[in-house]
Design a protein around this ligand. Structure first.
Ligand code: SF4
Ligand code: SF4
Length: 100
């Protein structure tokens, strides 16, 4: 599932610099996540970095956007064309929340 920011957001901005994919921006009312850029931190961390720093726990899985590990991994090459990642089969647990 892509991560989504709920209306509980207090606009603290803590999450924005933590996203490895630049998926988070300040919206009109609250911060927002571009689901096309959210990999649930697959390729970078073992958990969602935005959720880890959010003081009000409003970065949550979006039930309307269920995505498996392969779908999240598949976004990486488009988002980071200049960067190389381990093959999907070789992703260590430290780089995917799906392998905990
Ligand atoms: S889960 Fe990770 S990739 Fe998705 S918006 Fe949060 S920090 Fe960015
Ligand atoms: S860390 Fe949480 S409260 Fe702060 S801007 Fe991000 S989503 Fe909103």
């Amino acid at each position: 599932m892509a991560t989504v920011i709920t209306e509980e957001c207090i606009n603290c901005g803590a999450c924005e610099p933590e996203c490895p994919n630049g998926a988070i921006t300040q919206g009109d009312d609250i911060y927002v996540i571009d689901p096309a850029l959210c990999t649930e931190c697959v390729g970078f961390h073992d958990a969602e970095a935005c959720a880890a720093v959010c003081p009000v726990d409003c970065c949550v899985p979006d039930p309307a956007r269920t995505e498996d590990e392969a779908q999240n991994y598949g976004k990486l090459s488009r988002i980071h064309p200049d960067k190389s990642f381990p093959a999907l089969a070789d992703l260590p647990a430290s780089l995917s929340r799906f392998r905990k």
